[in-house]
Design a protein around this ligand. Structure first.
Ligand code: SF4
Length: 475
């Protein structure tokens, strides 16, 4: 143990500093499974930036410390934007002087001058939120350009998917606010459309899908909805600002991801029916189509026929490519329960699922469905160490994980795929999405011998290990 010299009178003594001997990581581990030190989400601001920087005519203005700005500028350009991010000169000087609002307004003015700007989104992050930025101090318009405030400090918004909801909700509150009408009986009711003309009536038979999905999914969903006499009016987040203005006027919102609670509350208050859950796998696809038809008051017999046909198509795909193996689903996108449902329906065993989002009313149905079919643990707001402990415990045949977890799995000779790049970038919904996804998973499961060979090539033969214990789903 090295000697530490502590100045006289300092209450921190060497005993306090070095209370334990340095410990070693257990063999085969890159993080200590005894701690929970590695959260698995990006800075939440990224979620808002990703949504907002992709909308035509929206200019973001970051109200944040320079340090955050460097990292977020990089990650935003890497993943999302084709435009620059305006930011106020915001540092210790402005903070100490209490000039947060002035700096934010200056930034919004600059952003409003960018050619083609229709909306400036002031994104207020940890430092500015801690210092205090009063919403009323930001003008609602500058130079004829709308201004909204998007608050995403990490101490309140714990994951980047949930920050997407904050951004969309801010847009909906501005462009699809609740409006009430007083009916003849004197009762105030939400006004869900502005008049009674053909265009409004056509919109009221359509659906907006709420959830960032692969571009092929809206096409297959629209095709099925059209068979019911409906159709997709838009998918949010959208690149088109006008799509957010439609949200109060359509017949229903299909919230296909479970982390849009704020946006759903805003639209519910505006009187728009909400359908939660997503068309993944035979059972969920069947139920989802029927729920949409019921919300839109469409022909029930036709809905039954279309839903049953789609369910049968999904079953035919599964019969051709059924899965056999134990899979861990550990992403940070917030849509992990949907993928797990699909894998379970296709025959896989999914004992453990983890995600970066929090448990909510909107995760409850999928959680109950999965737990009734053998899933042992669903971890919300997870850390890497929790996933590693699950890797030790469940000994899966395949890991769909974050980058470090997939690396950890591969080191042990277990196939591992990066969830975000491999799964979230391909279709998932209805029979078309199902076919592509389960073929990918099947191929990955079949590559297991190669991973085992690679591990052995670098590390030598492994000592004999007992086979993974079957999971008793009855206890
Ligand atoms: S301080 Fe907050 S806003 Fe800045 S990078 Fe960290 S989490 Fe993001």
């Amino acid at each position: 143990m090295s000697t530490i010299t502590v100045p006289e009178g300092n209450p921190i003594t060497p005993d306090l500093i070095e209370t334990r001997a340095p410990s070693k990581l257990p063999a085969g581990h890159s993080v200590s499974p005894d701690h929970n030190l590695t959260p698995q989400t990006m800075c939440p601001a990224f979620g808002s930036l990703r949504v907002l920087t992709r909308i035509d005519g929206v200019q973001t203005a970051m109200v944040t410390d320079t340090g955050c700005l460097y990292g977020l500028t990089f990650v935003t350009h890497f993943y999302a934007a084709r435009k620059s991010i305006a930011a106020p000169a915001f540092g210790t000087k402005e903070l100490v002087a209490g000039n947060v609002a002035e700096a934010a307004i200056a930034s919004c003015i600059e952003a409003s001058k960018m050619p083609g700007t229709k909306l400036v989104a002031a994104i207020s992050l940890c430092v500015a939120e801690t210092a205090g930025l009063t919403e009323e101090m930001l003008p609602k318009q500058i130079n004829g350009v709308d201004v909204i405030l998007v608050r995403v400090p990490a101490y309140a918004i714990h994951s980047h998917p949930e920050a997407k909801d904050v951004a969309i909700n801010a847009l909906l509150k501005r462009y699809a606010p609740a409006q009430a009408e007083v009916a003849e009986d004197g009762v105030e009711r939400p006004l869900t459309y502005d008049g009674s003309n053909e265009e409004e009536e056509a919109l009221r038979r359509k659906v907006i899908m709420l959830g960032e999905v692969f571009p092929a999914d809206p096409i297959s969903v629209d095709a099925v909805l059209k068979r019911l006499g409906s159709g997709l009016a838009a998918t949010l987040p959208s690149r088109n600002l006008d799509d957010y203005k439609l949200a109060r006027r359509v017949g229903a919102i299909a919230a296909v991801h479970p982390f849009y609670g704020g946006s759903v509350a805003t639209l519910r208050a505006a009187g728009v029916p909400i359908i939660s859950g997503a068309p993944v796998g035979p059972e969920a696809s069947y139920n989802w189509i029927k729920a949409i038809a019921a919300a839109l008051k469409l022909d029930a017999d036709l809905a039954e026929r279309v839903a049953a046909e789609e369910r049968d198509k999904c079953k035919a795909v599964i019969n051709q490519f059924s899965l056999n193996g134990r899979v861990m689903v550990c992403g940070y996108e917030g849509n992990e329960l949907l993928y797990a449902r699909l894998l379970v329906e296709a025959g896989a065993e999914v004992p453990y699922i983890s995600t970066s989002i929090q448990k909510s009313l909107y995760t409850a149905a999928d959680e109950a469905w999965l737990k009734a079919r053998g899933t042992r643990e669903i971890v919300y707001q997870k850390t890497l160490e929790q996933d590693v402990r699950a890797l030790d415990r469940y000994k899966p045949d395949l890991v769909l994980g974050t980058t470090p977890l997939s690396a950890e799995a591969k080191q042990r000779g277990i196939p591992g795929m990066y969830y975000t790049n491999m799964l979230s970038v391909r279709p998932l919904f209805l029979s078309a999405g199902l076919a592509g996804t389960i073929q990918l998973i099947r191929d990955a499961l079949e590559r297991a011998p190669r991973y085992a060979w690679m591990r052995e090539f670098f590390e030598g033969p492994r000592p004999p290990e007992s086979a993974p214990a079957p999971i008793n789903t009855m206890d």
